[in-house]
Ligand binder design. Structure first.
Ligand code: NAD
Ligand code: DAU
Length: 352
């Protein structure tokens, strides 16, 4: 089994923590370095179960810091990079776009430059995997799907910054021969999801009998994928995807926000032993998101045909598991909603 040293960025976030866990457990002969700035979205409690594995290392740092990134690559001579670190919340990108350009664009080019400089002349066996989003393709009407050929048409500061980073990654393939691969995925859901995003926010509010804010008329459509299915796709693409290629990843699972919230309310009524309809009474229509994309839907035929990947879970089962996870992991949810998770790093790492 080939030994590899891999850098995973953003591994303390929602999807990154699932990816780190999967790689650390499935590839004991790999050394996994998780580089994360620990912004409000980074939470090392997400990785408590694997933090003592001998092949796992945590590095606190900012991908925007060019010197730090170059030094890190010089020191470790990574064989591969799985790049997830990003500012990821559309609403925050509307109130503070510049931070998105710094992390998502400048941070990505720093990583590209560092990989390019240590792999120069010896690209064989190396891989730079950039994790992106379906939002770069823009907004669909009521029909059609995003394919890998769909023209980019980002419409929020978040999706524009991701589109920009995708273009840079592909430019490094064409210009310098950097062995890159890109994937664009639809909305994820599951455990360790920060409760500013729709599903965990709604679960938490329903639990506490607080209003559930639904933007506009609730008729926007998203294609939901269970996060562990995304991590499985990332594993597959990292190992088997073709260099220079893009793979779309999706759930074949479209829901309007309002239907999704009604489904969640039903599940929560059952689990909280409430009379049917109690949770739905919390639904509150609020002002729409500026520039709110109407519909995302992914065609993942290429990934299915080339690498045999398909989503494994029915949405009802995935949602049920997710709700169960939030209700049984109260300590995690309370730490996140109170801000206490931000002290975990000091208590766990700075004393070592
Ligand atoms: P997240 O916001 O939960 O986590 C992002 C992580 O990146 C956090 O741990 C944060 O601390 C870290 N980070 C942020 N800025 C950093 C910096 N400057 N330096 C180092 N680390 C930094 O995000 P997520 O939802 O897990 O998304 C991960 C990636 O997947 C992102 O690139 C996102 O664009 C993409 N994506 C997300 C979804 C989704 O539904 N959440 C879908 C498709 C693609
Ligand atoms: O499509 C992939 C993208 O999915 C990722 O690239 C992003 O990082 C990720 O955050 C997610 O973006 P969305 O904007 O689709 O996710 P969010 O959970 O913020 O919103 C989902 C839908 O629910 C969207 O139509 C807006 C709506 N919404 C959201 C919130 C937070 C509400 O109606 N009320 C809310 O309170």
């Amino acid at each position: 089994m080939e030994h590899k040293k891999l850098l995973i960025t953003g591994g303390a976030g929602f999807i990154g923590s699932h990816v780190v866990r999967r790689f650390v457990k499935n590839y004991p002969h790999y050394e996994i370095y998780n580089l994360d700035k620990l912004t409000y979205a980074g939470n090392l409690m997400n990785l408590k179960d694997i933090e003592d594995y001998p092949n796992y290392h945590f590095v606190k740092g900012d991908i925007v810091d060019e010197t730090f990134i170059q030094d890190l690559f010089n020191q470790h001579q990574f064989d591969g990079v799985v790049h997830l670190a990003a500012e990821s919340h559309v609403d925050r990108s509307i109130s503070n776009p510049t931070e998105f350009i710094r992390t998502n664009v400048l941070g990505t080019i720093n990583l590209l430059n560092a990989a390019n400089s240590i792999w120069k002349g010896q690209m064989e066996g190396k891989r730079f995997y950039h994790i992106s989003t379906d939002e770069v393709y823009g907004s669909l009407g009521d029909t059609g799907f995003f394919t890998e050929e769909t023209k980019y048409d980002p419409r929020s500061p978040y999706s524009s910054s991701k589109a920009s980073s995708d273009h840079l990654v592909r430019a490094y393939f064409h210009t310098y021969g950097l062995p890159v691969v890109v994937s664009n995925c639809s909305n994820n859901y599951g455990s360790f999801h920060f409760p500013e995003k729709l599903i965990p926010l709604a679960i938490n509010n329903i639990k506490l009998m607080r209003p559930i804010p639904v933007y506009g008329a609730g008729d926007n459509i998203r294609d939901w994928l269970y996060v562990e299915d995304h991590a499985r796709a990332i594993d597959l693409i990292f190992h088997k995807g073709r260099s220079g290629e893009t793979y779309n990843i999706g759930g074949a699972n479209e829901w309007t926000n309002l239907d999704l919230i009604h489904k969640l309310c039903e599940i929560m009524d059952q689990k909280m032993h409430r009379a049917p309809g109690t949770s739905a009474g919390l639904i509150t229509f609020v002002k729409d998101r500026a520039g709110h994309d109407h519909r995302y839907a992914i065609d993942f035929t290429k990934l299915k045909n080339e690498l045999g990947w398909e989503p494994s879970l029915q949405f009802e089962e995935g949602l049920d598991r997710t709700v169960e996870w939030y209700l049984t992991n109260e300590e995690w949810l309370n730490a996140v909603t109170s801000g206490n998770y931000q002290h975990y790093y000091e208590s766990q790492y700075e004393k070592r």
